[in-house]
Design a protein around this ligand. Structure first.
Ligand code: ADP
Length: 479
């Protein structure tokens, strides 16, 4: 779709619609005002009642001179002279008296007079221009004597020039209001739109830089705490988090490279030594072979851990579940650590009562969790320290295995992140920072949980909670 800025779209839709509405309203207001003024003029010319006509025609109609006098006296004493002009027209259609300076000539056209003659009501109104160019509204009332003879007519006229001048002022006023309102709308909306589009443009630029790998890109100087402010904060947080993940990933690569290099160096060194000494020193050869095998095993474990991590990240980690006894697996793992604990001078207190802890699980994965947790406890505990392993059933459906050590502990600020991938709170000890992330995933896949508590400088407690197959189903199976 073709790019179109929000401002342009606003102008094409809202602004144009608003203009149409404003123009319509302006016309409506003008029409109402015009109607009002013309209506007022109409009421003024039509206000003359038939009594006044009677007063001229009925009394004096018989004699021409009497009629002319009566007409003159009527016109002279006419009350509304300042507003209206009044003409008296005799039975021959000739204007005999006029209240103002309207020229009374034979050629003056009086459409209202002609219409009134034919109209059943005997009256008619006309709006038009005099030959002088002045615009008037005229109203003619005809009079018939009782015997039916046509008596004449009175024509009232009001000048419309003043009204039209006023209407022109009203039109200018309405147009000015229209322009001011539209201008105000356009300016305020442009400013408002700009307050949205400018930060959105900045957000776009920052997002583009973040997508390009610049995680330091930050959106600042947005002064309001609103939806856009929130979006800016989210983008800033996202950039920070991506930056942190990038940093952890780089640390991870260098740690893993280092971890891989150490056993490889040992293997290579011992290989070269064995090559040099040949069969001359069987004791050194035996020791060398042992180290090569143990370092190769370590390498293998690391590669397995990395493969697990990759499986976990892509959601491909699968369990080969079967009926197992969690405590039997724990037993085996703790036993396998005996030799190492003696070698490293760390005491392992294994205090697990003998009760069945059956469940559905992958024995290799469960062992992997125990190994990882015990390996951490050993790694982060100094010589002379203690590790205690215990188990309990807080409920018949749950087993808790607790591994507590008296090691270095974890700082409170690191504790919430400890299960995140690549996160290492302690860089002085070997490790890739993915062990606990993998363990956590394995525990989740088993419907269990891995909790860690720690007091920095005093030690760490890892709690592994497993769901057990409930006692009722066990009994059923035993039957
Ligand atoms: P690593 O391979 O680095 O040990 P883990 O994922 O197993 O990675 O552990 C993550 C981090 O948690 C470790 O780097 C360490 O700082 C901390 N940690 C885990 N277990 C313990 C423990 N028992 N005592 C102290 N720190 C621990």
């Amino acid at each position: 779709m073709k790019y179109m800025s929000m401002t342009k779209r606003w102008f094409l839709t809202v602004a144009s619609m608003l203009s149409v509405v404003l123009i319509a309203v302006s016309f409506l207001v003008y029409a109402l005002v015009r109607n009002y003024y013309y209506g007022a003029a109409r009421m003024t010319v039509e206000a003359m009642n038939s009594g006044e006509i009677n007063s001229i025609f009925s009394l004096y109609g018989a004699s021409t001179s009497g009629f002319e006098d009566a007409a003159r006296s009527y016109v002279e004493n006419f009350q509304s002279k300042d507003k209206l002009a009044v003409w008296v027209i005799n039975s021959k259609g000739k204007v005999i008296v006029s209240s103002n300076g309207f020229s009374i000539s034979d050629d003056v056209t009086m459409p209202d007079y002609s219409d009134a003659l034919n109209s059943p009501s005997g009256t008619s109104r006309w709006t038009g221009r005099l030959p002088s160019g002045e615009k008037i509204m005229a109203y003619t009332c005809t009079y018939h004597y009782n015997n039916g003879d046509f008596g004449g007519a009175i024509r009232y006229m009001v000048s419309m020039d003043a009204i039209d001048a006023q209407l022109r002022t009203v039109a200018v006023l309405i147009t000015s209001v229209f322009v001011i309102v539209l201008g105000f709308l356009i300016i305020s909306s442009t400013l408002f739109l700009r307050s949205i589009t400018n930060p959105v443009r900045k957000i776009g630029e920052a997002a583009r830089r973040i997508a390009g790998g610049d995680f330091k890109a930050n959106i600042d100087s947005y002064p309001y705490n609103d939806e856009i402010g929130e979006l800016c904060n989210i983008i800033n947080d996202m950039a920070d988090q991506l930056g942190e993940t990038e940093r952890l990933k780089n640390d991870f690569i260098s740690t893993v490279s280092h971890e891989l290099r150490t056993p490889l160096t040992a293997i290579r060194g011992w290989g070269e030594t064995l090559q040099q000494i040949g069969d001359s020193d069987p004791e050194t050869t035996r020791r060398g072979m042992e180290i090569i095998i143990s370092e190769a095993t370590r390498l293998n474990d690391m590669v397995e851990e990395l493969l697990d991590f990759s499986r976990m990240s892509s959601g491909r980690m699968k369990l080969n579940s079967e009926r197992i006894d969690y405590l039997a697996e724990l037993d085996e793992v703790v036993f396998s650590f005996k030799e190492r604990s003696i070698r490293e001078g760390i005491e392992i207190n294994y205090n697990v009562p003998t009760f069945p802890a059956p469940g559905n699980g992958d024995p290799a994965r469960i062992k992997q969790v125990f190994i990882n947790v015990l390996d951490n406890a050993m790694k982060y505990t100094e010589q002379g320290g203690k590790i205690s392993v215990s188990a309990e059933l807080p409920s018949p459906a749950e087993l808790t295995v607790t591994v507590t050590d008296t090691g270095c502990g974890i700082a409170p600020e690191d504790l919430p992140h400890i299960k995140e991938k690549f996160y290492k709170a302690n860089n002085t000890v070997r490790g890739s920072g993915i062990g606990l992330a993998v363990c956590d995933e394995i525990m989740n896949l088993h419907g269990g949980r891995l909790d860690i508590d720690s007091i920095y400088g005093q030690g760490t407690t890892v709690r592994l909670i497993f769901p057990l197959e409930n006692a009722a189903s066990q009994e059923n199976e035993n039957e």
